[in-house]
Design a protein around this ligand. Structure first.
Ligand code: ATP
Ligand code: PRP
Length: 214
């Protein structure tokens, strides 16, 4: 049976909506009283695993799910061994550098050498500053990264920005964009090559829905 890894959080609703258009109904995950983490589609053609966004590629790489939906940002950070199938066009955000509005820095290049940069995306951040040839200390955090500069722990952050509301409401401004991100459909490479569980048939259906939606 086809197994799909679905991301909890920001991408869940649009992912479930997309799968519904190809006949896979996992809307039970949206019911607030449901604590199940593994459910079958009512027609019993597929099942879904509800996992943290960062863990979607793990389930797909290890083959517990043949398909998954995850942000491009997570793929850049984790570099999992999965097949990149399609850009799903929703879940737009960008990974950016931000600083306090009151700080003297207006670009990443102006940050002081050996300054601190807080981030959940430690690899992307480190690579970015290495390419700028600016030695900084990356401070790993798991969330509420905006508090880094607010509390004085770091001069800057590297974090996801979508509407920009979180930065604004916390007195920060975006100075540089590392890259833009949207939700991506990924597959287990061997299942994709072998067309297990008619994977290609499902992928064709999803691709045709993305084309319709664009
Ligand atoms: N504000 C946002 N608007 C749109 N998409 C977003 C936004 N924030 C994150 N995303 C996208 O959704 C994905 C999941 O983000 P979400 O905030 O739901 O989980 P997370 O905080 O990364 O994970 P967890 O809560 O498990 O630590 C991100 O990897 C990104 O691609
Ligand atoms: O530009 P906006 O539309 O305001 O969105 C950006 C916010 O969304 C994400 O946070 P999330 O909700 O995932 O919380 P966390 O990373 O702090 O846990 C991101 O880390 C920003 O804080």
């Amino acid at each position: 049976m086809l197994t799909v890894a679905l991301p909890k959080g920001a991408l869940l609703k649009d992912t479930i909506r997309l799968l519904q258009t190809v006949g896979l109904d996992f809307s039970a995950f949206l019911e607030s009283n449901n604590r199940q983490l593994q459910i079958s589609d009512p027609s019993n053609t597929a099942q879904a695993l509800l996992v943290r966004a960062q863990d979607v590629p793990v389930y797909v790489e290890y083959g517990q799910a043949q398909l998954g939906v995850v942000g491009y940002d997570v793929l850049r950070e984790k570099q999992p061994k999965v097949a990149h199938i399609a850009d799903l066009k929703f879940g737009y955000c960008r990974l950016s550098v931000a600083v306090k509005q009151s700080s003297p820095y207006r670009s990443a290049l102006q940050l002081p050498p050996h300054g601190r940069v807080a981030s959940k995306f430690v690899k992307c951040a480190a690579e970015y500053f290495e390419n700028l040839d600016l030695p900084v200390e990356i401070v790993p955090l798991s969330g509420s990264v905006e508090l880094g500069p607010i509390t004085g722990m770091s001069e800057a952050i590297v974090d996801l920005v979508s509407s920009g509301r979180t930065l604004k409401e916390n007195g920060l401004i975006e100075t540089d964009v590392l890259f833009e991100s949207t939700a991506r459909l990924i597959a287990h490479p061997l299942s994709y090559r072998l067309n297990s569980d008619d994977l290609h048939g499902w992928l064709d259906k999803v691709r045709s829905r993305i084309l319709v939606a664009v």
